[in-house]
Design a binder for this molecule. Structure first.
Ligand SMILES: C[S@@+](CC[C@H](N)C(=O)[O-])C[C@H]1O[C@@H](n2cnc3c(N)ncnc32)[C@H](O)[C@@H]1O
Length: 204
């Protein structure tokens, strides 16, 4: 029996490695270099949270370290959100566009690193989302500084999910010390896959 070439979760189509579009992009040499080679389950933690705590319609979202961008795509589909996905690795962007197309939404994808997101640029967004983006020690400081710039820019909320690696836990601790409204929500999902971790939510 042929293996399925895609799956659907939270209303979003996710292409499997054997899908012809994914195979074509790999053949063309789009090989991710910073772990953006697949869709990571931490995005499901935020999707699950947002299903119960919906966003206002047409909110302006920046998904950072977007990889294949499924979290942003979920927000575009579910909340008619205006979504930009940024990633330091340009090789992930064709995978983001392939998923946007198959999910019939428009997403802007740009090669930009966390460090390059200036206050001026961040003024264009209401919410910053990120899934599984705090996995090396140096990312704690990078993301903490980014959150500080987001505050200056008037961003309302930052949400970052993670399977609880130590750089993420360190980031949560630093945010709790600096900001008044910080929540860390633990999530244990059994569907669509087994996934557990935490969502750091900073109400700026
Ligand atoms: C583990 S993947 C997660 C991808 C996606 N968020 C998901 O959940 O499927 C981490 C992503 O962060 C990106 N990344 C790593 N360092 C970055 C940086 N300094 N600035 C922007 N993106 C970065 C990688 O290229 C990769 O796409």
């Amino acid at each position: 029996m042929a293996l399925p070439t895609h799956r659907t979760a939270y209303g979003v189509k996710i292409l499997n490695a054997n899908h012809k579009e994914i195979r074509r992009l790999k053949r063309e040499g789009h090989v991710a270099e910073l772990h953006g080679n697949k869709f990571w389950n931490s995005s499901f933690l935020i999707m699950n949270y947002l299903k119960k705590n919906p966003l206002k319609k047409k909110v302006r979202i920046l998904e950072i370290g977007c990889g294949w961008g499924l979290l942003g795509i979920y927000c575009a589909k579910e909340f008619d959100a205006r979504v930009t996905g940024i990633d330091a690795d340009e090789n992930v962007l064709p995978y983001l566009q392939a998923h946007a197309q198959i999910n019939k939404v428009e997403i802007v994808g740009e090669k930009v690193s966390f460090q390059q997101l200036t206050v001026e640029r961040l003024k264009n967004y209401d919410i910053i989302l990120g899934a599984d983006i705090c996995f090396w020690d140096e990312m704690t400081g990078m993301l903490f500084n980014l959150i500080n710039r987001a505050k200056k820019a008037g961003v309302e909320t930052v949400m970052i999910s993670d399977p609880c690696r130590s750089p993420f836990t360190a980031l949560a601790e630093r945010c709790k010390k600096k900001y008044d409204k910080v929540e860390v929500v633990a999530k244990h999902l059994s569907r669509p896959v087994k996934a557990s971790g935490e969502i750091l939510i900073i109400d700026l």
